[in-house]
Design a protein around this ligand. Structure first.
Ligand code: KDG
Ligand code: MG
Length: 405
């Protein structure tokens, strides 16, 4: 079997998604997600100009060799654009392998380690009251783990909501230039404990809760937040500070027992190495798309398992349903999987384009035994939704200083 063609689709189906379809000479195809929020065209061009020509005629069953060829062979290793492009190819090759074998991908990885995938949903809101209502509804729906994010009072925009729209930033597709928002660490530090205090007072201690700090604190502020939140027993605090300097996590770790999660912007196992082997984190959030595919994520999981670090892959709305399905197979297999971020089954528009079969029962997602990744992509329906340039927001302190969003 040989790779005959690789097609690239960039569509704004509720938001921009980059999908690839690898065709073999035997009429089987595989699908991959190459979406890199706000930098989609860079991945398109990396694929079109630098990957596709090298793969035509290659044997699609040689997944490991193709991965090494694209990673080592480029000479220029790592980086989100390179690794997302490789990730899309890798997913599609696993999809093909599963279809050829007539088996779901989790079987090729070693079979199921659990009956279903525990997910965490998001309870967002423009105020604590609103988050509490959403949390209550999610508990009624059966969620066992919920992430809480609330808009900060008296600030211009805040992570988790989009002013009047109360929607995900990641789902917006109408920002031809990055909107500018405001950040105030003092207000945040005073406000967040109240959010979790209310959640515990109103819903008790059984529901598992988490929160995403989105890289907005300094190490010592992060250490303090972790300590303040200890009484509310979080499953994890995510992205307290960027891990460009992995040693900063030592400062946080020595002050708090609140579990720490990071990894959604990691591209290779090297981004995880120091954090995992020094036992500075508890959950690794690497994703199949931005982390270079299923092949390297399996290696990260195995490495993490030596240090009691568990996998909790990124599942924001800017990962396409193809990544979500690839995660499902990975999550079912990985012995040290913990929880999958899950934001629902997609918008009606998305459901005309991406076809898959998942069931959510009592906070666990269940997969069918369809071969490969178990997802299809309707090219014709997708062509109704042309790409629109769109950015994530940027953040500034009140005095105008650039900050992390
Ligand atoms: O594109 C950026 C998003 O993926 C990110 O903001 C989502 O932090 C995120 C999360 O944890 O889902
Ligand atoms: Mg995050």
């Amino acid at each position: 079997m040989k790779i005959k063609d690789i097609k690239i689709f960039l569509n704004s189906v509720s938001r921009n998604f980059l999908t690839i379809k690898i065709w073999t000479d035997e009429g089987i195809y595989g699908l991959g997600d190459g979406t890199l929020n706000g930098r989609e065209m860079a991945v398109v061009s990396y694929l079109e100009e630098h990957i596709v020509p090298c793969l035509i005629g290659k044997d699609p069953s040689q997944i490991e060799d193709i991965w090494q060829y694209l990673y080592k062979g480029a000479y220029w290793r790592k980086g989100p654009v390179t690794m997302t492009a490789i990730g899309a190819i890798d997913m599609a090759l696993w999809d093909i392998k599963g279809k050829v074998a007539g088996l779901p991908v989790y079987q090729l990885l070693g079979g199921k380690s659990r009956k279903g995938v525990t997910v965490y949903g998001h309870a967002n809101g423009g105020s604590i009251d609103e988050v509490m209502v959403n949390l209550g509804n999610m508990i009624k729906e059966g969620y066992k783990v919920v992430r809480l994010q609330s808009k900060l009072p008296d600030t211009k925009g805040s992570y988790g909501t989009l002013e009047g729209k109360k929607n995900y930033y990641e789902l917006q597709s109408d920002r031809p230039l990055p909107p500018e928002l405001e950040w105030n660490t003092t207000k945040y530090m005073n406000f967040v404990p109240e959010l979790f205090k209310r959640a515990r007072a109103e819903y008790g201690n059984e529901i598992r809760l988490c929160h995403d700090v989105h890289n907005r604190l300094t190490p010592i502020e992060a250490a303090r937040l972790g300590k303040i939140l200890e009484p509310y027993d979080l499953l994890f605090l995510e992205d307290m500070v960027p891990a460009d300097n992995q040693d900063t996590y030592k400062i946080i770790r020595q002050h708090t027992t609140t579990p720490l999660a990071i990894g959604e912007i990691f591209n290779t196992i090297w981004d995880t190495k120091g954090l995992i082997e020094n036992q500075l984190i508890d959950y690794c959030r690497m994703a199949v798309s931005h982390g270079g595919g299923i092949t390297p994520l399996v290696k990260v999981a195995n490495f993490a398992s030596l240090y009691h670090v568990r996998m909790a892959p990124h599942g924001a709305p800017d990962l396409s349903p193809i990544s979500s399905m690839a995660h499902m197979h990975f999550d079912l297999w990985a012995p040290n999987f913990a929880v999958q971020e899950f934001i629902g089954f997609g918008t009606p528009e998305m459901n005309t384009v991406f076809k898959f079969d998942l069931k959510l029962v009592d906070g666990l997602l269940y997969l069918t035994d369809a071969p490969g990744l178990g997802i299809d992509f309707d090219e014709e329906a997708a062509s109704n939704y042309p790409y629109k340039r769109s950015y994530l927001p940027v953040n500034r302190l009140e005095d105008g200083t650039m900050w992390g969003w």
